[in-house]
Design a protein around this ligand. Structure first.
Ligand code: NAD
Ligand code: ZN
Ligand code: ZN
Length: 253
């Protein structure tokens, strides 16, 4: 059974839609190579229909110039989907020009998030962190205030709250810690550190929450699991940054 929707995922209005989705289509065509000839006997991971039958999103995106039967392969990871399904997926996101493979999470282009506006402050001090006795500490302070949700947020036009700000975070001031700091600056610019959603801790919705990049907010104990010592932390956060497309390759650009 395919997943069907009556809402056009391109323009987010009920079909039939009048939008001319030239920009989303060009993103799909940039990263997928259309497969000519018989499609494989596999399911499309987006609509769950066979790749040899039309896209499950054909009814809801009739204004597209992409044919419902068209199957494309992502250029690097080689995973295949209906091109119309990838168009629907892209159009349902924040339309930042990047695509993420739903099978293997490979990122095409530069992924950005929906972090509300705010400020990231950095300072250092000589006291060391448990587990990193040989160096001082980097302190990051994130400032975000409450505001009104934009079109990229779950409830556009509604207010969002910002609890517990400023939030203070700590890194060892050694080579690896400084590298993490530089990558966190990239992630901040790409709006990946926070998002607007529901807090797991408090259950509050329409509030600013950490995204998928963990920070250490406790300096001299680890009672919460968000403190030091934690010998794996720097490697873990490097992996979380990489999963968002933020790697050493992004530095010095
Ligand atoms: P959340 O609870 O939805 O969790 C999102 C991610 O943040 C999870 O991965 C979680 O492991 C991590 N996380 C949870 N608590 C953390 C902490 N203390 N330090 C670092 N990472 C943490 O996210 P959220 O609502 O943004 O974070 C909850 C934390 O934010 C609270 O523990 C608290 O520090 C702060 N907060 C404070 C107030 C306040 O009124 N002072 C209110 C809400 C949240
Ligand atoms: Zn499909
Ligand atoms: Zn893939």
């Amino acid at each position: 059974m395919g997943h069907r929707t009556t809402q056009c995922l391109t323009c987010l209005f009920l079909s039939p839609c009048a939008a001319t989705p030239t920009e989303p289509e060009s993103v799909v065509k940039k990263y997928l190579e259309e497969l000519k000839g018989a499609a494989a006997d596999e399911d499309c991971m987006i609509c769950m229909e066979k790749l040899s039958s039309p896209s499950g999103y054909s009814d809801s995106c009739q204004s597209s110039t992409i044919r419902p039967e068209a199957v494309g392969r992502l250029r690097n990871c080689q995973h295949s989907f209906h091109m119309l399904c990838v168009l629907a997926m892209y159009s349902n996101g924040n339309k930042d020009g990047s695509l993420q493979c739903p099978s293997c999470k490979t990122i095409y282009g530069e992924k950005t998030g929906t972090q509300p506006k705010g400020k990231m402050e950095i300072s250092t001090f000589p006291q060391s962190l448990p587990g990193h006795k040989d160096c001082g500490t980097i302190r990051i302070v994130y400032h975000i205030s409450r505001g009104i949700q934009g079109p990229e947020h779950p409830n556009p036009g509604m207010p969002y709250t910002a609890r517990g700000f400023p939030r203070y975070c700590y890194l060892p001031d050694n080579e690896k810690g400084r590298k993490v700091l530089e990558l966190l600056k990239v992630a901040w610019k790409r709006r990946l550190i926070f998002t607007v959603g529901t807090s797991n801790t408090t259950g509050e919705s329409n509030t600013v929450v950490w995204n998928e990049i963990h920070h250490k907010t406790e300096m001299d104990s680890n009672l919460s699991g968000h403190g030091y010592p934690d010998p794996n932390y720097l490697d873990n956060v490097l992996a979380e940054l990489a999963a968002q497309g933020v790697t050493e390759d992004c530095l010095g650009q």
